[in-house]
Design a protein around this ligand. Structure first.
Ligand code: CTP
Ligand code: MG
Length: 224
């Protein structure tokens, strides 16, 4: 009998949001892009990336549906998957996913199911940065629009675009650092990189991908 070795990398796929802005009549991860829901698309790319434990964080009343989607794409990696219930905020959902990691996992990637078309190469780049010693690594893209700082209807100043980047997921971290940062955190952060940075760690930037855009609105779903 062969025993699958326990991977040292895990991917936590957060899919427990309600999708208020998409307003498609179902939790966003279960809204169809074509014949398949957003979650299926996200997971099919996760399983094309390097082998990892995969934890899907789903709405508590959709855990069975999430398991069906993950088993449909896991192939011979089905022993590496689990589904847990999410929380009221993204941060609470990530924390629920972290609680399900196996003891041997050393590197964790946190990925938004809503970034359904993120190519496997982005996962590879994040993992490579961590393996080269980064404590955290985040895919980013340059900001294209000219950005202004505004107050009400008044433009206060331009912002130097060369210093700005749009952050995507998967965001990867050393597992010990991410666990400790989550345990210590008392406020709500917009992403995991901000939470880890607030705990005093430097986070590296790697090249993101246009296909890693987040499906937020009906126009984004159309684009996908
Ligand atoms: N997410 C989650 N648990 C929450 C909130 C969000 O797992 N309580 C996940 C979403 O499922 C999504 C990712 O975090 O994959 C990014 O969140 P967002 O795009 O804001 O999704 P929703 O919160 O579902 O959408 P909205 O904010 O429009 O309600
Ligand atoms: Mg949200």
């Amino acid at each position: 009998m062969s025993i699958t070795p326990v991977p040292r990398v895990a991917v936590v796929v957060v899919a427990a949001g309600s999708g208020m802005r998409l307003a498609a009549g179902a939790p966003k991860a279960f809204v169809g892009i074509d014949g398949h829901p957003i979650l299926w698309h996200a997971l099919s790319r996760v399983f094309a990336a390097p082998t990892a434990q995969v934890v899907v964080v789903a709405p508590s009343d959709r855990q069975g549906d999430a398991l069906s989607e993950v088993l449909a794409v896991a192939g011979d990696r089905r022993d590496l998957v689990s589904v847990v219930a999410g929380g009221a905020t993204r941060q609470a959902s990530v924390a629920a996913g972290l609680a399900a990691l196996w003891a041997d996992v050393e590197l964790v990637l946190v990925h938004d199911a809503a970034r359904a078309l993120t190519p496997p190469e982005v996962f590879q780049r994040v993992i490579a940065a961590l393996e080269e010693g980064a404590v955290g690594a985040v895919p980013v893209l340059p900001v294209i629009d000219t950005i202004k700082r505004v107050s009400g209807h008044e433009i206060l100043a331009g912002v130097d675009r060369s210093e700005l980047a749009a952050a995507q997921t998967p965001q990867g971290f050393r597992r010990d650092v991410l666990d400790a940062a989550y345990a210590a955190s008392t406020e709500d952060f917009t992403d995991d990189a901000a939470l880890v940075a607030a705990a005093g760690h430097a986070v590296a930037a790697v090249t993101g991908h246009p296909l890693a855009f987040k499906i937020t609105t009906a126009a984004d779903l159309e684009r996908a």
